[in-house]
Ligand binder design. Structure first.
Ligand code: PLP
Length: 406
């Protein structure tokens, strides 16, 4: 009997951003001529920088030449890119990660969604809450999360690590020992990054309890504070307990190009000594045919001196917006965090409004679109996310409108 995967049917509602898009579309139809500014979706808006564009053009030219044409690439990615990653992102920061431990992919969404496949169905998971929804949803699809309670918006078998005003948005250690711990730092949506000591506490906990940490560092390029690690491998012992995922989307604007990578240390094993590296390599080889030669050449250009300078420019552009939002809203009396080590500003909704009530209030009274915090997990209720990926002009205008409401 043909039957769909029943786990998919457990996923509640539709995807957060399609709900937002529907509401905005409805509003625009009813209020034609009004200018709506979006500080909602976490997509970049600045174009690719000249060094990247040149590398893309050259790679396309390679593909047009019989001598320089490239078909299927090596399973784990081209050495020219993996060696640069190992050198720049890890060795330079004192992390012992070699090129062989890097798996090039088409982005951190696929990797953070797919990585759970190499673990047993019986493994339990813990997530910081609120967080990027892919971690929980991909485990729902795999049947690891138990039943969903619509009233509390919680899954019975997920260990939530609440991040709220009460703990300065830094997760406490899990209340029940999980097999798998998802950490996103700097965090989407709160914009908070764990310090080296805070992350070390999680690494020590994972080693002691034989858990694995799945560490998503997609926003690493936005870190501005010295005591915040850029990689989990800056923590002692992390090679024994952590997998790290990275993306070229937010540092170099590759959301439309697609490129990322995952690091799996070769010594990482499960409780029976089975290699996680071997399983991820097997999965990669079986289900993925690689990011294209063109994407990987563009990635290589990110690590040139000019490429580095240009992407620093992109990050500073967005971080100026982060300051505009953070300072403006703080002056207006909002309780805000984030925006220092991440392009996200997380604010407490005023007057005990729910996240969606505040979404409607902002859209109708200031024509500004943000993202309701409840879409990122139960502890996101009562909070709201604004992003700094817009233009300077629109960001300033949006902040002025929100401040004027107060
Ligand atoms: N991880 C986090 C925490 C994100 O917020 C996002 C995108 O918003 C991604 C991963 C997706 O990255 P990529 O574009 O590389 O798939």
């Amino acid at each position: 009997m043909l039957k769909v995967n029943q786990n998919y049917l457990k996923l509640p509602g539709s995807y957060l951003f399609s709900d937002i898009a529907k509401k905005v579309k409805g509003y625009k139809e009813e209020h034609q001529g009004e200018e709506v500014i979006s500080l909602g979706i976490g997509d970049v808006t600045r174009p690719l920088t000249p060094t990247i564009v040149k590398a893309l053009h050259e790679a396309v030219d390679d593909m047009a030449d019989i001598e320089r044409f490239h078909g299927y690439g090596p399973d784990l990615g081209y050495a020219f890119l993996r060696e640069k990653i190992a050198e720049f992102d890890f060795k330079r920061r004192g992390c012992e990660i070699c090129a062989d431990e890097i798996f090039v992919s088409d982005g951190a969404k696929s990797d953070s969604g797919n990585i759970q496949e190499i673990f047993a169905e019986t493994c339990s998971i813990a997530v910081s809450d609120p967080v990027y929804p892919v971690y929980v949803d991909s485990n729902v699809m795999a049947g690891r999360t138990g039943t969903y309670d619509p009233a509390s918006t919680r899954w019975s078998d997920v260990v939530y690590m609440p991040c709220t005003k009460d703990n300065d948005f830094v997760p406490d250690l899990p209340s029940k020992t999980p097999d798998i711990i998802y950490i996103c730092s700097p965090n989407n949506p709160t914009g908070i990054a764990l310090t080296r000591d805070q992350l070390q506490t999680f690494v020590d906990y994972a080693i002691k309890n034989k858990s694995v940490i799945l560490f998503d560092a997609a926003y690493e390029a936005y870190i501005s504070e010295e005591n915040v690690p850029h990689s989990i491998y800056e923590c002692e012992g992390a090679r024994e307990c952590a997998i790290e995922m990275r993306s070229f989307s937010k540092n170099a604007g590759f959301t439309g190009v697609r490129l990322g990578y995952t690091v799996v240390p070769k010594n990482l094993v499960d409780a029976e000594g089975k290699s996680l590296y071997a399983l991820w390599a097997r999965r990669h080889g079986t289900k993925f045919n690689g990011a294209s030669y063109i994407q990987q050449r563009a990635g290589e250009a990110v690590y040139t001196a000019e490429g580095q300078k240009e992407i620093e420019g992109l990050v500073s552009y967005y971080m100026e917006n982060a300051r505009t939002i953070r300072d403006g809203l703080t002056k207006a009396g909002f309780t805000v965090c984030g925006g220092v080590n991440a392009p996200y500003i997380w604010l407490k909704t005023p007057e005990s409004m729910t996240s969606w009530e505040f979404f409607d209030y902002l859209l109708h009274n200031s024509q500004v679109v943000g993202t309701p915090g409840s879409g990122f997990g139960p502890s996101g209720e009562g909070y709201f996310r604004l992003t700094s990926f817009g233009s300077h002009e629109n960001t300033r205008k949006a902040v002025e409108r929100i401040v004027a409401l107060k």
